[in-house]
Each structure stands twice: as structure tokens, then as C-alpha cells.
Design a protein around this ligand. Structure first.
Ligand SMILES: NC(=O)CC[C@H](N)C(=O)O
Length: 385
């Protein structure tokens, strides 16, 4: 295929499956990748976003323009390495200016094989994502400035998308482990309860570290099991509660093995169950509801959610591309929270059992901490039994 050059000494190109091209300046690793493209409106936390395992298979457009200005540091990772496929930003990252920074964003991405493009009109791109629904894209970073555009657009077109994909199995832990709160303590000393921990099993579909931190700080002694754990494996630990984590991919696909496990636990035990995001979708499916793909999803740190039981509004952190169809909730399941942006389901609760979950992220990271009470509610349910 003939190679071509972009305008203004471009070293990176983002191709949408419909053939639209965005040229810019590459940073991070050189190479090419394909993914679904979303946009995130958070004004802080690009490192937490890039390392959130729920972003597997996706490239993130940051609508906030100052990205990279606080560098990166080992404490803010939500998992070992970036999981998002790549990043799209408006401006080239500046030199980091923050006392916690240990590395530049571009170097950190390059070492970890992640591609980024700067100098993009992210407003125009965000409008395209809203109009088309999360598009399939290919992103190339070519330091010599040459691109095989036909191959790039073809790669975007050939990308099959996230529907039907179980990605939890790619990002879950290989083996069970006990969460070590001392090793992963909050740098700023978020309140930690000193009472003895309640034994909780957390199923890792791609868990963010800050969820495990929040569970421990609320009073849980957390053992993490891989996504494919069976009900027997869960029950063998004799837990006081079951937690279902966030995670990437299509909840219907992961549900093929996760739903039978959850149903089995609900049948065998009356212990409290709490789920976040993919864990919410898994619980909803286990209780009989269905999940659907959204147009462009919710990704940000300022999403208003209404608690339908108290009337209170929480400002929440969000990251999901699928949603629970509230029309399909069975009679014994109550819709507890809704999005004030689009009315989509944001939480459920079983009518007569301590079993509940939310679509958003009470652990924030990044985002406001309005919803931390949910971890305390889970522990109160364990203590109330
Ligand atoms: N953050 C998550 O757990 C995301 C859940 C699911 N993969 C979705 O996109 O809706």
C-alpha cells in the first residue's frame, strides 16, 4: 500500500471506521492499535482512568485539555499497568509539575506499549462519538510521519467491537489473594476503620484497587478470587459477604459463567451481596434482568445520580458502555438509583434481601466521594445479619 504523509508534520493518525481521519502528534509507544472509542469528561485522574481495567478494548478521548501536567506516580495506578488501549488529547502533555510525579505521561505510556495522540480537536471528535455512538477506530503513531491510510481505515472497519466480548477473563487475577491494606494504603490517609474485618470475597472481573481499599477501610477483610470462581470456591471461604467488581467488556458474555455462580450463591446463602458497575450488571442479570449496549456510554466524574429512596442526589464517577434495562427488572427487584442525565438505571436492590448494586463508582478514583456510604451500607448489612 502507498504510504502518505499527513498535514503539519503529523506523527499520529486516528481513523474512524467511516473513514474520518484526525491527524496529530504521537506520544507514548509507536505502533498501531484498534479499539472502541469513548470520551471521558473528568477534569482529574487521567492515570486512574488509563489504569482502570474496565477500559480494556477502548481508547479514551479526554475532553479536559490539561492532560499530563501532573505526570504519573506509582501510587495512583488502579492496576499494575495501563489497560486502556490508547489516549486522545487536545494538547501535547507539558512537563509534569507536581511533587508526587515520578515519570512523564509519554514515557510511562511508551514503556507500557500504549499509544497516544495529541493536537486533536477533541470537541469535534466528541461530537462525532455522540452522533455515531462509540465508533470503532484505529490509532497509529508513526514517528517518521508516514501512514498507510487504507490499512488504517480497514483496521478500524475490521474491529469487531465490544458486543459479545468477555474481557474480564483477560484482566482478572490469575490466583486468589488477600488484599493487603497496609501495602496499598491511601497516601493522604482516608479514614480507615480499626474494627476487626468481616470476611468478604471480592470477585475480580477487573477490579480497581480503590474499590478494595474502600471495602477494607469500611471494615472488610477482603480475599479476591478470579472471575471464573465457582459458588463452591466462594462458599469454601465461609464469607460474611460477597462483592462483585467492575470490569470490561459485554456483561452478557461475562454473565455466561458469572451469572450461574451468583445464582448459586444466592440460593445457598443469605449473605449480603454488593456489586459495582460490571458487578452491578452481573447481579442484575443473575436476578433476571437484561443488559443493553448504550449509544456512547457514561464516562466522567460529575454524573448526577438520584437515590430514589432518599431523594438525595449524588455526584458520581462513571465508566460504562452497557446498562441494565430497568424495564426488565423482576418484581422482587427495586430500582434504587437513576441517572439524572438520561434516566438510565444506576442501582438496584432486592426487595427482601441485603443484595444491592450500583452502576457508578462509589470508590471514585477519580471523582467525588459522595457515594462512599455504599461501602458502609454493605458492612452494616453484614453486621445486621
Ligand atoms: N466499569 C465497568 O465495570 C464497566 C462495565 C461494562 N464493561 C460496561 O462497559 O458497561
Amino acid at each position: 500500500m502507498p504510504l502518505s504523509r499527513g498535514p503539519d508534520n503529523a506523527t499520529a493518525c486516528l481513523a474512524l471506521a467511516d473513514g474520518t481521519l484526525f491527524y496529530g502528534r504521537g506520544f507514548g509507544a509507536a505502533g498501531q492499535t484498534t479499539a472502541e472509542l469513548c470520551f471521558n469528561t473528568a477534569m482529574t485522574g487521567y492515570q486512574e482512568i488509563m489504569t482502570d481495567p474496565s477500559y480494556a478494548g477502548q481508547i479514551v478521548t479526554f475532553t479536559f485539555p490539561h492532560i499530563g501536567n501532573v505526570g504519573v506516580n506509582p501510587e495512583d495506578d488502579e492496576t499494575q499497568d495501563p489497560v486502556a488501549e490508547g489516549m486522545v488529547v487536545k494538547w501535547d502533555p507539558t512537563e509534569p509539575s507536581n511533587w508526587r510525579a515520578t515519570e512523564r505521561l509519554g514515557d510511562w505510556l511508551a514503556k507500557r506499549g500504549r499509544i497516544a495522540i495529541g493536537g486533536i480537536d477533541t470537541r469535534r471528535l466528541t461530537r462525532a462519538i455522540r452522533q455515531q455512538g462509540a465508533p470503532h477506530v484505529a490509532l497509529a503513531h508513526s514517528p517518521d510521519g508516514e501512514f498507510d491510510l487504507e490499512a488504517l481505515v480497514a483496521a478500524a472497519r475490521d474491529f469487531r467491537g465490544l458486543v459479545g466480548l468477555d474481557l474480564a477473563k483477560d484482566v482478572t487475577c490469575a490466583q486468589s489473594y488477600r488484599w493487603d491494606q497496609m501495602r496499598w494504603a491511601w497516601p493522604d490517609g482516608f479514614p480507615t476503620r480499626s474494627t476487626p474485618g468481616h470476611k468478604v470475597i471480592a470477585i475480580d472481573y477487573g477490579a480497581k484497587r480503590n474499590i478494595l481499599r474502600c471495602l477494607a477501610s469500611a471494615g472488610c477483610d477482603v480475599t479476591v478470587l478470579p472471575a471464573t470462581a465457582t459458588a463452591e470456591e466462594v462458599m469454601a471461604h465461609e464469607p460474611a459477604g460477597l462483592f462483585l467488581s467492575n470490569g470490561p467488556g459485554d456483561p452478557a458474555a461475562t454473565g455466561e459463567y458469572a451469572v450461574p455462580m451468583i445464582r448459586d450463591v444466592l440460593e445457598k446463602s443469605d449473605m449480603p451481596v454488593f456489586g459495582i458497575c460490571l458487578g452491578h450488571q452481573m447481579l442484575a442479570r443473575a436476578l433476571g434482568a437484561s443488559t443493553v449496549k448504550m449509544n456512547h456510554g457514561h464516562h466522567g466524574a460529575n454524573h448526577p445520580v438520584k437515590d430514589l429512596e432518599t431523594g438525595k442526589v449524588e455526584i458520581t464517577s462513571m465508566n460504562h458502555g452497557f446498562t441494565v434495562d430497568s424495564q426488565t427488572l423482576p418484581a422482587d427487584v427495586i430500582e434504587s438509583h437513576v441517572s439524572l442525565f438520561d434516566g438510565s438505571n444506576c442501582g438496584i436492590r432486592h426487595r427482601d434481601r441485603p443484595v444491592f448494586s450500583v452502576q457508578y463508582h462509589p470508590e471514585a478514583s477519580p471523582g467525588p466521594q459522595d457515594s462512599y456510604y455504599l461501602f458502609e451500607r454493605f458492612v452494616a448489612a453484614i453486621e445486621g445479619r
